[in-house]
Design a protein. Structure first.
Length: 135
């Protein structure tokens, strides 16, 4: 049951199926199972790099609409960051910061992530300017 759920979440993410994602996240809330919630949040972050930012903003809104489980916003964000999707991570972090304005830890975490990922293109020179490694 859990594996099928996760496959359906991934399918909804990749196919941009908002209806299915609503259904899956509603099911997670009904089950009220920590491991299921953790696994679902993790996959929302892990698979984010396969989605457009526009769609991913909708994904996070659906998370809010169906679960709005405060402790998992930054789990989703950091999983996105760890899976080569820093802009998706910032999208989640900014959403959470705005959603929980009364909690300063959300602003602090967003600021930290923004310092790390705010302008990733400027961290390294363009590939054509990189020099080959010395042998």
């Amino acid at each position: 049951e859990r594996d099928l759920h996760l496959v359906q979440v991934l399918s909804a993410l990749v196919s941009q199926d908002a209806k299915m994602l609503h259904e899956r996240l509603k099911w997670v809330k009904e089950k009220d199972d920590k491991r299921l919630r953790d696994d679902t949040a993790q996959w929302l972050g892990d698979a984010s790099r396969f989605t457009t930012l526009d769609w991913y903003q909708q994904v996070i809104q659906i998370w809010k609409d169906e679960l709005n489980y405060k402790p998992k916003y930054f789990w989703i964000a950091w999983r996105a960051a760890l899976n080569d999707a820093p802009q998706h991570a910032l999208t989640v972090a900014e959403f959470a910061k705005n959603e929980f304005k009364d909690d300063p830890s959300f602003s602090e975490e967003y600021d930290y992530m923004k310092a790390l990922f705010g302008q990733p293109a400027q961290l390294l020179p363009a590939p054509e300017k990189l020099q080959p490694a010395a042998k």
